[in-house]
Design a protein around this ligand. Structure first.
Ligand code: AMP
Ligand code: MG
Length: 341
């Protein structure tokens, strides 16, 4: 419980930004704090319809969790994972996310691969019962990893016989986009949500200025590394400090896996933040570009557009893409360099 409140207070700080200046406005904010999708979520909305919109948003989050959870036995994902290769009728959300996962897998040269789930399980990241698999076991599991063999036809999804999927790499970004859509439908023009530290801003602050969102320092996760000023955008981070264990060999092993070898991705980056209007895209890419590494991430940014990046390398340098110039404030002692088009 103590941890719950500690986390909440961090989130509250994150979300209020300049708490002193907005104190009078905050009085009119309505908020909800929930635990869902294995994480703490804080939602805050302003305006007349805020309460009703927040209630709808919480229901929608619970609905998405019920569909996509890998642990709830009746979810679409559990049904799919037990399907032994037979086609399964799934919810529209589930089919939409799987088709997007395939799209972002293709966009990133296979760095995003939702069929890694058996490998993620083997490392113990789903249960907390951590284990360093040997190379033979990883090779065996990797023989069934291939997102491009998943097929989606409307709301019918078929996995290859021994494949299992997990949408943890992109579900929260999708959820925050869905919350944003509900707020807009309900006439909420100013809101901000944090789903386990992944932030989605709806409109700007009630006073019309941009939201100021902090991004953690991956080398000191209790500390801010930078502040970005945004409106109507998601700020989504994948980092090696978010979920990891220390093995008996003294090394850290984290939850983002490289489909190339089944080991935690170690391609020079310790955190990747993706900023853009499409939360699903930001979440899918934060995980994929963490795997891809700095040069590939920059190339994909140049080629695709529609998002901005903040990358932190394992030798403690920060790189941010050109579109963030004027909206990015480095508050760390690391040097920060711009990635140009
Ligand atoms: P995120 O925190 O958004 O970066 O997502 C990480 C989660 O996605 C992990 O906890 C795994 O469940 C899953 N995952 C890990 N590596 C990959 C990968 N390369 N492609 C797709 N999903 C992954
Ligand atoms: Mg992600």
């Amino acid at each position: 419980m103590k941890r719950f409140f500690a986390v909440l207070s961090v989130l509250t700080l994150l979300l209020t930004g300049c708490a002193d200046k907005s104190a009078s406005i905050s009085a009119h904010a309505k908020s909800r704090s929930i635990f869902a999708m294995d994480t703490y979520m804080e939602l805050k909305a302003y305006g007349d319809n805020a309460d009703a919109a927040l209630d709808r948003a919480v229901s929608r989050i619970n609905e998405i969790e019920a569909e996509l959870s890998v642990t709830l036995p009746d979810s679409d994902i559990s049904t799919l994972n037990a399907s032994s290769g037979e086609p399964v009728e799934v919810s529209r959300d589930c089919a939409w996310l799987i088709s997007n996962a395939i799209k972002y897998g293709d966009m990133t040269g296979g760095s995003l691969d939702i069929t890694l789930y058996p490998v993620v399980k083997e490392w113990g990241f789903t249960t907390g019962d951590h284990n360093i698999p040997d190379a033979a076991r990883l090779a065996e599991l990797l023989s069934n990893v291939d997102y491009s063999a998943v097929s989606v036809d409307g709301t019918e999804v078929a996995l290859p016989k021994n494949a299992e999927v997990d949408l943890g790499a992109l579900a929260k970004g999708f959820t925050s986009s869905e919350v944003a859509a509900i707020f807009k439908e309900d006439g909420v023009r100013s809101a901000i949500v944090s789903l386990g530290g992944n932030v989605q801003a709806i409109g700007s602050k009630p006073d019309g200025s941009d939201w100021r969102v902090s991004v953690r320092d991956p080398f000191a996760p209790e500390t801010d590394m930078c502040i970005v000023e945004i409106s109507d955008a998601a700020v989504i981070t994948s980092g090696n400090y978010e979920r990891y264990f220390t093995g008996e060999d003294g090394r850290n092993y984290w939850h983002i896996i490289d489909p190339a070898d089944g080991y935690p991705a170690d391609n020079g980056l310790v955190s990747v933040t993706v900023i853009g209007s499409d939360g699903l895209m930001c979440d899918a890419l934060s995980t994929a570009l963490f795997v891809a590494g700095k040069d590939s991430a920059a190339d994909i940014w140049r080629k695709e557009g529609g998002f901005e990046l903040i990358l932190v390398t394992d030798d403690a340098e920060v790189f941010y893409t050109q579109g963030l110039e004027g909206k990015f404030t480095n508050v760390s002692s690391m040097t920060a360099e711009v990635i140009s088009r």
